[in-house]
Design a protein around this ligand. Structure first.
Ligand code: MN
Length: 223
């Protein structure tokens, strides 16, 4: 049984960039529908009592479970999306994440511009993501519809929903304005913590000698 996770802030907290009415529909109707559909589809299957992320990993790319994957992935993406934003968010990152954004994208401004381009040009419904690979290299990815980056390879740092249902009530067809507003909501502290966890896992891997060979092979010891 899966539950609609509570929002980490009140429904109107993201005003004026994401309106309360948008949240009522996006969280209260769309996200809820994915959770409700998932519950119907997993009943009496092996996925019924699995953590949501495991359902996503175990149904990805398996034709016979397309319906379960679509709804599980959307339930996961949306729960994550709410936790990538906060009231009075935005500004700029700090710490390791800031350093690595500057390393991998040249500058924060350049990152911001590349991310905005990715989010506004994703054709049709989908998501734009900042992810880290296991070595701590950051990259921007986009996925169509419900798709999730390969969670075995990448750790999502944050994402933006660019389905029309995410902005149409407030911005109509002006997706670039929505993306611009969303930048003022980014929860950088949580993003920084997610990234630090990637670096910790990498450290532990190095201590165990697991990634040392890989590093030597690829010469990618840029951390
Ligand atoms: Mn959505």
């Amino acid at each position: 049984m899966f539950y609609l996770p509570p929002l980490p802030y009140p429904m109107n907290a993201l005003e004026p960039y994401i309106s309360e009415k948008t949240m009522e529909f996006h969280y209260g109707k769309h996200h809820k529908a994915y959770v409700d559909n998932l519950n119907k589809l997993v009943k009496d299957t092996e996925f019924e009592n699995m953590p949501l992320e495991e359902v996503v990993k175990n149904t990805a790319g398996r034709k016979e479970f397309t319906g379960i994957f679509n709804n599980a992935a959307q339930a996961w993406n949306h729960a994550f999306f709410w936790n990538c934003m906060q009231k009075d968010g935005g500004g700029e990152p700090s710490g390791e994440l800031k350093k690595k954004i500057e390393r991998d994208f040249g500058s924060y401004e350049n990152f911001r511009s590349e991310f905005k381009t990715a989010a506004t040009t994703q054709f049709g419904s989908g998501w734009a993501w900042l992810v880290s690979d296991q070595d701590g290299t950051l990259m921007i990815l986009t996925t169509a519809n419900q798709d999730v980056p390969d969670l075995k390879l990448y750790t999502p740092i944050f994402l933006i929903d660019v389905w029309e249902h995410a902005y149409y009530l407030q911005y109509q067809n002006r997706r670039p304005d929505y993306v611009q507003g969303w930048h003022k909501l980014i929860h950088w502290k949580k993003a920084e913590r997610r990234y630090e966890q990637v670096l910790c896992r990498r450290e532990r891997g190095n201590e165990n000698g697991e990634q040392t060979d890989h590093k030597k092979r690829t010469g990618r010891d840029r951390l």
